[in-house]
Design a protein around this ligand. Structure first.
Ligand code: SF4
Ligand code: SF4
Length: 372
């Protein structure tokens, strides 16, 4: 186990996709029960962010006001991207807001959030890298790192420019290891070479690997008929030796109980299981599902209020299972807003997407598939 966390289950509780009530507010009672179950299983690491709607207040209610401060680790994030703040002052004030919302007193891990080539200029010009040290000196944060959504070359450059960063948060899952854009394997290797422990985000790729196409399920079920699809994905990344914590954005008690069942006493994948995952990756690579992680970074700025990830989710169901009638029906009610055809092609969503998806052309595919 890495020195930055001690006596801690390798599974971290991502507080980004908490269970919701019918009115779309956080289901606090269920969240409290999930926090209790997580801690009872040996979990300590919780992850929230200034920009996760409703997440920080939920952390306060379910965690910070109910457990002794030294009994858990809380990670939070400063976001200097254009969609999150409009000035240096606003960016630097985020920690004050986050501390108030969570009532945590300090953050064990504090990250520059979602670094990519575009927003890096804002983090640089606002002096956020140095600001992190000031916060540390003031005792408001304990460990400094950043989450990252860009190329291996940029990661290498940042780690050379900022050797003081203590850890890196990367998108790693078995589907993205050799993905041309995410390049998870290369990014992991770079962080390891620089001696930075890795926190994994999106181990199940926004839920995609918890319910993969049937051909992938067949591979995994043949190898083990009782293991959940998510267990393969999470154990795969947790088996990487330089991974400190694997974040899972759990949305229900059922997911929590499944995750802790195999992470409580974690065992790395053995040689046979590694080969099974390799086969699953190959089969998945032959499907053409949209690699959207449902992060929703694209939606707040959409002038037409299009529910982009929900549309992609329905498109993926169709691509995976081929049932057009059902997919059309789901497109009608589950996407819950303006249809893909109202897109005015302003491009805002593509700038915000950490997966660098060609959203406009994918929406056109949804129009062609479901609306014509
Ligand atoms: S390109 Fe279309 S989907 Fe994207 S933000 Fe603009 S209107 Fe919305
Ligand atoms: S399209 Fe991109 S930004 Fe939008 S939810 Fe999917 S991955 Fe996130």
């Amino acid at each position: 186990m890495n020195e930055l966390v001690k006596d801690c289950m390798k599974l971290g509780f991502g507080l980004m996709r908490l269970p919701q009530l019918a009115d779309k507010t956080t289901d606090l009672e269920q969240t409290k029960q999930m926090v209790d179950a997580f801690i009872a299983a040996g979990g300590k690491y919780f992850d929230t962010a200034y920009i996760y709607a409703g997440s920080e207040p939920a952390a306060k209610e379910a965690l910070c006001s109910r457990y002794p401060r030294e009994s858990y680790y809380l990670a939070d994030k400063l976001n200097a991207a254009a969609f999150a703040c409009s000035s240096e002052e606003e960016a630097k004030n985020e920690i004050k807001v986050s501390l108030e919302r969570t009532g945590a007193g300090y953050f064990d891990f504090y990250l520059l959030h979602g670094i990519d080539a575009v927003n890096l200029k804002r983090y640089d010009s606002y002096g956020i890298w140095d600001y992190m040290h000031k916060l540390k000196d003031e005792g408001l944060i304990r460990h400094i790192g950043f989450s990252f959504h860009d190329s291996p070359a940029l990661l290498e450059q940042i780690l050379c420019d900022h050797p003081d960063m203590e850890f890196v948060q990367l998108q790693i899952n078995y589907a993205d290891m050799d993905n041309r854009i995410i390049a998870a394997r290369q990014c992991y290797d770079i962080a390891t070479r620089h001696g930075k422990p890795v926190i994994v985000m999106e181990p199940v790729k926004g839920g995609t690997l918890a319910n993969p196409p049937q051909a992938v399920k067949d591979v995994l079920l043949r190898a083990n008929p009782t293991a959940s699809m998510a267990s393969w994905a999470i154990r795969y990344v947790a088996s990487l030796p330089n991974v400190m914590v694997v974040l899972s954005g759990m949305s229900s008690m059922e997911q929590m109980m499944d995750n802790v069942s195999y992470m409580k006493s974690f065992k790395s994948l053995d040689e046979f299981e590694q080969k099974v995952v390799e086969e699953a990756r190959e089969v998945l690579g032959r499907t053409n599902v949209v690699p959207c992680t449902s992060c929703h970074y694209c939606t707040p700025g959409c002038p037409m209020e299009i529910h982009i990830p929900e549309i992609f989710s329905v498109l993926n169901e169709y691509k995976s299972y081929g049932n057009l009638a059902e997919a059309r029906n789901n497109y009608g009610w589950r996407t819950g807003g303006p249809k893909a055809s109202v897109c005015v092609q302003c491009g805002q969503c593509e700038d915000a997407c950490p997966q660098h998806l060609p959203i406009i052309s994918l929406l056109q595919e949804a129009v062609d598939t479901f609306e014509n």
